[in-house]
Design a binder for this molecule. Structure first.
Ligand code: ZN
Length: 294
Protein backbone atom coordinates (compact mmCIF):
# COMPACT_ATOMS: atom_id res chain seq x y z
CA UNK A 1 0.00 0.00 0.00
CA UNK A 2 1.49 3.29 -1.11
CA UNK A 3 1.32 6.02 1.51
CA UNK A 4 1.50 9.76 0.87
CA UNK A 5 1.73 12.89 2.92
CA UNK A 6 -0.30 15.99 2.13
CA UNK A 7 -0.12 19.55 3.46
CA UNK A 8 -2.88 22.07 2.99
CA UNK A 9 -0.84 25.17 3.79
CA UNK A 10 -3.29 27.97 4.47
CA UNK A 11 -2.77 31.50 5.66
CA UNK A 12 -4.62 30.81 8.91
CA UNK A 13 -4.05 27.08 9.43
CA UNK A 14 -2.02 24.13 8.22
CA UNK A 15 -3.64 20.70 7.76
CA UNK A 16 -1.25 17.74 7.43
CA UNK A 17 -2.45 14.25 6.58
CA UNK A 18 -1.04 10.82 5.82
CA UNK A 19 -2.96 8.42 3.61
CA UNK A 20 -3.81 7.24 0.14
CA UNK A 21 -7.10 9.00 -0.62
CA UNK A 22 -10.49 10.07 0.75
CA UNK A 23 -11.29 6.67 2.26
CA UNK A 24 -7.82 6.09 3.60
CA UNK A 25 -6.60 8.94 5.82
CA UNK A 26 -4.44 7.31 8.52
CA UNK A 27 -3.55 10.38 10.49
CA UNK A 28 -4.29 14.07 10.39
CA UNK A 29 -3.16 17.10 12.35
CA UNK A 30 -4.07 20.78 12.11
CA UNK A 31 -2.41 23.79 13.70
CA UNK A 32 -2.51 27.58 13.28
CA UNK A 33 -0.16 29.28 10.84
CA UNK A 34 2.24 31.25 13.05
CA UNK A 35 5.86 31.96 12.08
CA UNK A 36 7.39 30.02 9.17
CA UNK A 37 9.97 28.38 11.49
CA UNK A 38 7.40 27.13 13.99
CA UNK A 39 4.73 26.15 11.45
CA UNK A 40 6.99 24.35 8.98
CA UNK A 41 8.78 22.75 11.95
CA UNK A 42 5.49 21.27 13.17
CA UNK A 43 4.78 19.85 9.72
CA UNK A 44 8.27 18.36 9.47
CA UNK A 45 7.92 16.75 12.93
CA UNK A 46 4.54 15.22 12.04
CA UNK A 47 5.75 13.62 8.81
CA UNK A 48 9.14 12.57 10.23
CA UNK A 49 7.45 10.64 13.02
CA UNK A 50 5.21 8.91 10.49
CA UNK A 51 7.96 8.30 7.99
CA UNK A 52 9.94 6.42 10.67
CA UNK A 53 6.97 4.08 11.30
CA UNK A 54 5.60 3.67 7.76
CA UNK A 55 7.66 5.14 4.91
CA UNK A 56 5.99 7.83 2.82
CA UNK A 57 6.41 7.61 -0.96
CA UNK A 58 6.02 11.35 -1.54
CA UNK A 59 4.61 14.49 0.05
CA UNK A 60 2.37 17.05 -1.65
CA UNK A 61 2.06 20.69 -0.61
CA UNK A 62 -0.91 22.82 -1.67
CA UNK A 63 -0.01 26.30 -0.47
CA UNK A 64 -1.39 29.78 -0.11
CA UNK A 65 0.51 32.12 -2.35
CA UNK A 66 1.72 33.55 -4.52
CA UNK A 67 4.18 30.65 -4.85
CA UNK A 68 6.94 29.58 -7.23
CA UNK A 69 5.76 26.30 -8.83
CA UNK A 70 8.47 26.18 -11.54
CA UNK A 71 10.64 23.08 -10.91
CA UNK A 72 13.56 24.62 -12.86
CA UNK A 73 13.63 27.76 -10.71
CA UNK A 74 16.07 28.21 -7.79
CA UNK A 75 13.12 29.38 -5.68
CA UNK A 76 10.83 26.45 -6.59
CA UNK A 77 8.72 25.52 -3.58
CA UNK A 78 8.83 29.03 -2.11
CA UNK A 79 5.99 31.22 -1.00
CA UNK A 80 7.06 34.41 -2.76
CA UNK A 81 5.48 37.85 -2.46
CA UNK A 82 2.70 37.19 0.05
CA UNK A 83 1.56 40.18 2.10
CA UNK A 84 1.29 37.81 5.09
CA UNK A 85 3.81 39.18 7.64
CA UNK A 86 6.98 37.06 7.97
CA UNK A 87 6.11 34.70 5.11
CA UNK A 88 7.54 36.53 2.09
CA UNK A 89 10.26 34.50 0.30
CA UNK A 90 9.76 31.43 2.51
CA UNK A 91 11.13 28.06 1.40
CA UNK A 92 8.27 25.69 2.18
CA UNK A 93 9.18 22.59 0.16
CA UNK A 94 12.92 22.56 0.93
CA UNK A 95 12.78 21.76 4.67
CA UNK A 96 10.40 18.84 4.02
CA UNK A 97 12.49 17.43 1.20
CA UNK A 98 15.64 17.62 3.32
CA UNK A 99 13.98 16.07 6.37
CA UNK A 100 12.25 13.19 4.53
CA UNK A 101 14.30 12.73 1.38
CA UNK A 102 11.23 11.93 -0.73
CA UNK A 103 9.79 13.61 -3.86
CA UNK A 104 7.74 16.71 -3.08
CA UNK A 105 4.75 17.85 -5.15
CA UNK A 106 4.17 21.58 -4.84
CA UNK A 107 1.47 23.88 -6.19
CA UNK A 108 -1.05 26.52 -5.18
CA UNK A 109 -3.82 25.54 -2.76
CA UNK A 110 -6.40 25.93 -5.52
CA UNK A 111 -4.48 23.99 -8.16
CA UNK A 112 -4.09 21.25 -5.55
CA UNK A 113 -7.81 21.29 -4.82
CA UNK A 114 -8.52 21.18 -8.56
CA UNK A 115 -6.37 18.06 -8.86
CA UNK A 116 -8.10 16.47 -5.86
CA UNK A 117 -11.52 17.20 -7.37
CA UNK A 118 -10.44 15.59 -10.63
CA UNK A 119 -9.01 12.54 -8.88
CA UNK A 120 -11.88 11.90 -6.45
CA UNK A 121 -14.48 14.67 -6.59
CA UNK A 122 -16.71 16.78 -8.82
CA UNK A 123 -14.34 17.00 -11.81
CA UNK A 124 -13.77 13.28 -12.43
CA UNK A 125 -13.39 12.48 -16.12
CA UNK A 126 -12.76 16.12 -17.13
CA UNK A 127 -9.53 17.57 -18.51
CA UNK A 128 -10.35 21.30 -18.62
CA UNK A 129 -12.06 22.82 -15.60
CA UNK A 130 -11.68 25.41 -12.87
CA UNK A 131 -11.76 25.19 -9.08
CA UNK A 132 -12.57 28.42 -7.29
CA UNK A 133 -12.51 29.01 -3.55
CA UNK A 134 -14.40 31.90 -1.98
CA UNK A 135 -13.60 32.50 1.66
CA UNK A 136 -11.23 34.86 3.46
CA UNK A 137 -9.77 35.36 -0.02
CA UNK A 138 -10.70 34.26 -3.51
CA UNK A 139 -8.51 32.03 -5.63
CA UNK A 140 -8.84 29.91 -8.72
CA UNK A 141 -6.95 26.86 -9.95
CA UNK A 142 -7.30 25.44 -13.42
CA UNK A 143 -6.60 22.25 -15.29
CA UNK A 144 -6.31 22.76 -19.03
CA UNK A 145 -6.06 19.79 -21.40
CA UNK A 146 -5.16 17.52 -18.50
CA UNK A 147 -2.44 19.68 -16.96
CA UNK A 148 -2.60 22.10 -14.05
CA UNK A 149 -2.23 25.59 -15.48
CA UNK A 150 0.96 27.47 -14.57
CA UNK A 151 2.35 29.55 -17.42
CA UNK A 152 4.33 32.58 -16.26
CA UNK A 153 3.57 31.72 -12.61
CA UNK A 154 0.07 30.48 -11.89
CA UNK A 155 -3.40 31.95 -12.38
CA UNK A 156 -4.45 34.73 -10.00
CA UNK A 157 -8.13 34.72 -10.88
CA UNK A 158 -9.06 36.50 -7.68
CA UNK A 159 -7.47 39.68 -8.97
CA UNK A 160 -9.28 40.07 -12.26
CA UNK A 161 -11.13 43.38 -12.62
CA UNK A 162 -14.90 43.52 -12.79
CA UNK A 163 -17.43 46.20 -13.68
CA UNK A 164 -18.32 47.92 -10.39
CA UNK A 165 -21.34 50.22 -10.15
CA UNK A 166 -20.44 52.54 -7.28
CA UNK A 167 -24.03 53.88 -7.09
CA UNK A 168 -25.43 50.41 -6.47
CA UNK A 169 -22.50 49.33 -4.29
CA UNK A 170 -20.36 52.17 -2.85
CA UNK A 171 -18.07 49.72 -1.00
CA UNK A 172 -14.53 50.43 -2.33
CA UNK A 173 -13.25 46.84 -2.03
CA UNK A 174 -10.99 44.85 0.26
CA UNK A 175 -7.89 44.07 -1.84
CA UNK A 176 -4.75 45.87 -0.57
CA UNK A 177 -3.42 45.99 -4.14
CA UNK A 178 -6.50 46.78 -6.25
CA UNK A 179 -9.43 47.68 -4.02
CA UNK A 180 -12.37 46.41 -6.04
CA UNK A 181 -10.89 43.45 -7.93
CA UNK A 182 -12.86 40.15 -7.92
CA UNK A 183 -11.50 39.12 -4.50
CA UNK A 184 -11.81 42.68 -3.22
CA UNK A 185 -15.55 42.70 -3.91
CA UNK A 186 -16.47 39.10 -3.17
CA UNK A 187 -14.35 37.60 -0.35
CA UNK A 188 -15.80 37.06 3.12
CA UNK A 189 -14.09 40.11 4.68
CA UNK A 190 -15.51 42.27 1.85
CA UNK A 191 -19.06 41.10 2.64
CA UNK A 192 -18.44 41.71 6.34
CA UNK A 193 -17.13 45.24 5.69
CA UNK A 194 -19.85 46.13 3.18
CA UNK A 195 -22.75 45.09 5.40
CA UNK A 196 -21.15 45.56 8.81
CA UNK A 197 -21.91 42.03 10.02
CA UNK A 198 -20.44 38.53 9.99
CA UNK A 199 -21.63 37.05 6.65
CA UNK A 200 -22.68 33.86 8.45
CA UNK A 201 -25.37 35.84 10.30
CA UNK A 202 -27.00 37.17 7.10
CA UNK A 203 -30.28 35.39 6.26
CA UNK A 204 -30.42 33.55 2.90
CA UNK A 205 -32.77 36.17 1.38
CA UNK A 206 -30.59 39.15 2.39
CA UNK A 207 -29.67 41.42 -0.58
CA UNK A 208 -25.99 40.75 0.25
CA UNK A 209 -26.31 37.37 -1.46
CA UNK A 210 -27.92 38.73 -4.63
CA UNK A 211 -25.02 41.19 -4.96
CA UNK A 212 -22.53 38.41 -4.18
CA UNK A 213 -24.09 36.21 -6.88
CA UNK A 214 -23.92 39.10 -9.36
CA UNK A 215 -20.17 39.60 -8.81
CA UNK A 216 -19.48 35.86 -8.78
CA UNK A 217 -21.29 35.48 -12.10
CA UNK A 218 -19.29 38.36 -13.65
CA UNK A 219 -16.07 36.60 -12.62
CA UNK A 220 -17.27 33.20 -13.82
CA UNK A 221 -18.32 34.56 -17.22
CA UNK A 222 -14.81 35.95 -17.68
CA UNK A 223 -13.33 32.57 -16.76
CA UNK A 224 -15.78 30.73 -19.02
CA UNK A 225 -15.01 32.93 -22.02
CA UNK A 226 -11.23 32.75 -21.50
CA UNK A 227 -10.68 29.06 -20.62
CA UNK A 228 -13.81 27.31 -21.92
CA UNK A 229 -13.92 25.04 -18.86
CA UNK A 230 -16.04 21.90 -18.94
CA UNK A 231 -17.13 22.61 -15.34
CA UNK A 232 -16.69 25.19 -12.57
CA UNK A 233 -16.29 23.85 -9.02
CA UNK A 234 -16.97 26.49 -6.35
CA UNK A 235 -15.79 25.86 -2.80
CA UNK A 236 -14.75 27.81 0.30
CA UNK A 237 -16.67 29.04 3.32
CA UNK A 238 -18.81 31.57 1.45
CA UNK A 239 -20.05 28.89 -0.95
CA UNK A 240 -21.46 27.00 2.04
CA UNK A 241 -24.32 29.48 1.48
CA UNK A 242 -25.97 27.06 -0.92
CA UNK A 243 -28.63 29.59 -1.93
CA UNK A 244 -25.85 31.26 -3.96
CA UNK A 245 -25.62 28.42 -6.48
CA UNK A 246 -29.00 28.87 -8.23
CA UNK A 247 -28.53 32.66 -8.21
CA UNK A 248 -25.04 32.42 -9.70
CA UNK A 249 -26.22 29.99 -12.41
CA UNK A 250 -29.10 32.25 -13.46
CA UNK A 251 -26.83 35.32 -13.47
CA UNK A 252 -24.26 33.50 -15.64
CA UNK A 253 -26.96 32.57 -18.18
CA UNK A 254 -28.27 36.14 -18.20
CA UNK A 255 -24.81 37.67 -18.66
CA UNK A 256 -23.88 35.24 -21.47
CA UNK A 257 -27.17 36.23 -23.13
CA UNK A 258 -27.43 33.20 -25.39
CA UNK A 259 -23.98 33.65 -26.90
CA UNK A 260 -22.63 30.23 -25.90
CA UNK A 261 -25.06 27.67 -27.33
CA UNK A 262 -23.80 24.68 -25.34
CA UNK A 263 -25.87 22.14 -23.42
CA UNK A 264 -23.71 22.87 -20.34
CA UNK A 265 -24.92 26.48 -20.24
CA UNK A 266 -28.42 26.12 -21.69
CA UNK A 267 -29.62 22.76 -20.35
CA UNK A 268 -27.31 21.41 -17.66
CA UNK A 269 -26.07 24.45 -15.77
CA UNK A 270 -26.91 22.69 -12.47
CA UNK A 271 -24.14 20.22 -13.34
CA UNK A 272 -21.89 22.92 -14.76
CA UNK A 273 -21.51 25.21 -11.73
CA UNK A 274 -21.24 22.90 -8.74
CA UNK A 275 -19.96 22.58 -5.16
CA UNK A 276 -16.81 20.48 -4.54
CA UNK A 277 -17.33 16.73 -4.40
CA UNK A 278 -14.77 16.60 -1.59
CA UNK A 279 -16.38 19.44 0.38
CA UNK A 280 -14.04 21.15 2.81
CA UNK A 281 -11.53 18.28 2.38
CA UNK A 282 -10.62 19.33 -1.18
CA UNK A 283 -7.51 21.13 0.09
CA UNK A 284 -5.79 18.37 2.02
CA UNK A 285 -6.87 15.63 -0.42
CA UNK A 286 -5.61 17.83 -3.24
CA UNK A 287 -2.23 17.90 -1.50
CA UNK A 288 -2.25 14.08 -1.40
CA UNK A 289 -3.09 14.07 -5.12
CA UNK A 290 -0.08 16.37 -5.69
CA UNK A 291 2.06 13.84 -3.82
CA UNK A 292 0.73 11.04 -6.01
CA UNK A 293 1.68 13.08 -9.10
CA UNK A 294 5.16 13.74 -7.72
ZN1 ZN B 1 -6.69 42.34 -6.04
Amino acid sequence: MTLYGGIEAGGTKFVCAVGGGPDDIRDEIRFPTTTPEETIGQAVDFFRTHHAREPLTAVGIASFGPVDPDPTSPTWGYITTTPKPGWGQTDLAGPLRRALNVPIGFDTDVNGAALGEQRWGAARGLDTFVYLTVGTGLGGGAMVNGKLLHGMMHPEMGHMRLPHDFDADPYPGHCPFHGDCFEGLVCGPAIAARWGVDPRTLPPDHPAWALEAHYLALGLVNIITVLSPQRLVLGGGIMDQRQLFPMVRTNVQTLLNGYLQTPEILERIDEYIVPPGLGSRAGVLGAIALAENA
